[in-house]
Design a protein around this ligand. Structure first.
Ligand SMILES: [Zn+2]
Ligand SMILES: [Zn+2]
Length: 292
């Protein structure tokens, strides 16, 4: 068994605050009590079921984190009450919640029961419930259809939509993933690449509209704990190629001016066939670079 269902008690866990944290940082960390008989080893998929009478339903996905050796005893449970509980073998696990639907958008129990009838969705599961392997894909498929939309990078799968063995988690620069900052940046800088002028909409039409990665200009060494993002000064739109070249092989990303210079200097190999588009890209790069 490699997935479990855990309850989200809205009176004890602030749902809205957690949604905002996931939006801003990609993760909400929390601790859950899990029955000792459940397999909740690190890497186990977790599905979060909103409890209470304001509308039960599936609201989130997470992953069990490796044991935290210095986590200390749970604050809310004294040793006596834990020993006297219904399952004295219950353990506490840390969960990284990576995808969470906002209040009111939960996938309702009726829909869950229809798509995955083997799971008692209506019942409370105070210590978690194991999911049979046969039911896992059905839940993932529901999540693909009704879960939160995928993130800004369309090449990355939305959390919960792929089995754990098919994904790895990578660190990303969260300033480049912040949706509000990105909007402010694009409103100011436009949606063409600041280095080469490439426009996804011009090239790909409708599906490219408003699509452009944003690049965070501030070197990691300057990101102290008091750092606050300035979306106009610190973010710049770069096409996927220029973005890759800004980061390629360097710890401190290349500046936009450096990229323009590199593009203008690269030129073309003698004897190579140069398309009009390539010539145009080079002309644009030289123009952006200004007089030498
Ligand atoms: Zn970047
Ligand atoms: Zn570019």
């Amino acid at each position: 068994m490699s997935a479990i269902i855990l309850g989200w008690d809205p009176d004890r866990r602030n749902h809205q605050a957690a949604v905002e944290r996931v939006a801003a940082t990609g993760l909400h960390l929390g601790r859950w009590r899990v029955g000792g008989q459940l397999d909740a080893t690190a890497g186990t998929d977790v599905w979060l079921l909103l409890e209470g009478d304001r509308g039960r339903g599936l609201i989130g996905h997470g992953v069990v984190l490796p044991e935290q050796p210095d986590a200390g005893p749970p604050p809310s449970v004294s040793p006596q009450s834990a020993a006297a509980g219904p399952d004295s073998t219950a353990v506490y696990v840390h969960i990284a919640v990576d995808s969470l639907l906002p209040p009111g958008e939960q996938i309702a129990v009726g829909l869950l029961a229809e798509a995955v009838p083997g799971i008692p969705w209506e019942a409370g599961h105070p210590e978690g419930l194991g999911v049979e392997p046969a039911d896992e894909e059905a839940i993932r498929s529901l999540w693909r259809n009704y879960g939160p939309p995928p993130g800004l990078d369309p090449t990355l799968p939305a959390a919960g939509t792929y089995p754990q063995h098919a994904v790895i988690r990578a660190a990303v620069n969260r300033y480049e993933q912040d949706a509000d900052a990105r909007r402010a940046c694009l409103a100011h800088h436009g949606t063409s690449c600041a280095a080469c002028g490439f426009s996804f909409e011009q090239k790909y039409g409708e599906i490219g509209r408003n699509f452009i990665p944003v690049h965070h200009l501030v070197p990691a060494a300057l990101l102290g704990s008091s750092y606050e993002l300035d979306p106009l000064a610190d973010l710049v739109p770069l096409c996927a190629n220029c973005h890759a070249m800004a980061h390629a092989g360097v710890a401190t990303p290349r500046t936009v001016a450096e990229l323009r210079r590199i593009i203008a200097d690269a030129g073309f190999l003698p004897g190579a066939t140069v398309t009009d588009e390539q010539l145009e890209a080079q002309r644009q790069a030289r123009q952006l670079l200004g007089p030498q």
